[in-house]
Structure formats: C-alpha cells, structure tokens
Design a protein around this ligand. Sequence first.
Ligand code: UTP
Length: 271
Amino acid sequence: MKIRKAVIPAAGLGTRFMPATKTIPKELFPLVDRPILLYNIDEIVAAGFDEVILVIGPTKQAIEKFFDPSFKDIKVTFVRQEKALGLGHAVLTAAEAVGNEPFAVLLGDELMLSKPGQPSGIAQLANVFAETGLSAVAVMEVPERDVIKYGIVDVEEKGPNLWKVLTVVEKPAVADAPSRLALPGRYVFTPEIFEYLRHTPPGKNGEIQLTDGMTQVAKKQGMLALKLDAIRFDAGDKLGYLQAGIEIGLNHPEIGPALKKYLHERFGRDK
Ligand code: UTP
C-alpha cells in the first residue's frame, strides 16, 4: 500500500527558543527566506504524498495563515492539539484525519536535506515500507553523551544501514541506552500505532510518548530502522537552527557566495 498522508506535529511549546516563540511558532522561523516548515513540506511533496496533516497548538494561528488558499503545492489540513501533552499525543490527535492507513510523521522542527537527485528523507522510508509492508523509522548515530536527548532504539542488524527494531527507549541515561542509534524525527507507521497510543499512559514529564507506541508496533507488527542518506539538522535547537541557516545560506544562489566570503573573513579575523 502506498503512503498518501504525512503528519507534521508542530504543537510543541518551543521552550528552548523562548522568548522568540512567545508569538512566533518555531516552525515558521526563517532559514534565509523560507520557514523551516516549508523544507518539510518539500520533503513530503518530493515523496509524492497527497496530503499534509499539520498538528498545531492553540497559539499557532500564524501557521494556518501561512497556508492560505493560495498554497497549491499539496493539500494541507489542520488538527488542533489543545494542550502540549507530548509527541505521542500529537500523533494520536491526527488519527481521525489519517484514518486506517499507513502514514508518515515528520517532526516540524527537524530538517532532513537530501542530495539533489536523491529521494527525500521521508521518501527513503516510504520505499522501505513499500518493499516490506513494515513500519520504518530513521535512525542516526549519536555520541554516547547525547543519548539522553533522544529516543534510542534497541536493534538487530539486518544489512547495511538497516536494522530490525526490538524496543525504543525515551531519553535513556547513558548506562541504560541499548545503542547509540537515535531517532531524528522521520517515521512511517502502520495504523496500529494509534490503538497503542490510545492505551499509552503518560510517561516521562507527564507526556504521552511516541516511543512507547513504537515499541508496541516493533514487538507486534515489526519495525525497521534505516540510516537515511541525508543531512539532518535539529532546527528546534538554537545551535542546530543556526547551522541549518548557514548550510542553506551557503547553497543559496543569491547570498551563497557572499556568505562564504563573510565566513572566510570572519574566521580569518579570529585566528
Ligand atoms: P520537541 O520536544 O522538540 O518540541 O518536540 P517542543 O516541545 O516544542 O520543544 P521544546 O523542548 O519546548 O523547546 C518534537 C516535535 O513534536 C512537536 C513539536 O512541535 C516538535 O515539532 N510536539 C511536541 C507536539 O506537536 N506536541 C507536543 O505535545 C509535543
């Protein structure tokens, strides 16, 4: 079955970016001149999906305004998560809009830039799903000290850059981390995950964790993990956001050469 719909949870509070996020959702922060969110939409459009379901919070009307009727790249629908009760809860909020079919999830503050001519990040996962019929999630290797920041997977190796997922642990301590393979926010799920999330009690920080639902899918239906051929930035983090802006700026036809020159000069001056 083909993936047709992608969910972008964008209802988080963005506390790492306060006070900027008091009035502007971080998903609309610009990377040069385009909001972060548009890069995720590009990734979805490149995968050939039909619809984006944006999960937005009560203070995110600006996101709705951005996609006024003149936006024609793809069908965009909105669902509201009234309270930021966690990523698992945000995905569950989209259950009705998704229906009983496999779907993709892209975190609204994570960027996945693939090389020109290569399948987009989410398309690479959709391809794994098309071949296997199994849920497929992106993983990346992180240094040991960073496992505490991510969902971490326990895996069995299946091939180059491909693993079978056994369980998923949310933000483990270094000593409890089953591997250094972390989830950078790209997923394709079969719809059973909604049922598991519905029965998931709040976990860490009182939030309904997506990782709990993922463990159930991994155990009952099966799940694969794939290292994507793409560059990833955590644009919901201050440093990651600046790095993404520089990367996109350097490749920007209008300002790329001048930015490169500035960075050379600036770097030289500090030496
Ligand atoms: P994050 O934890 O990175 O986002 O969630 P956050 O909560 O907005 O950020 P901080 O930690 O307070 O700075 C990952 C993604 O899941 C969404 C966020 O919008 C983000 O894109 N999310 C998170 C929701 O949609 N709802 C939630 O309840 C939590």
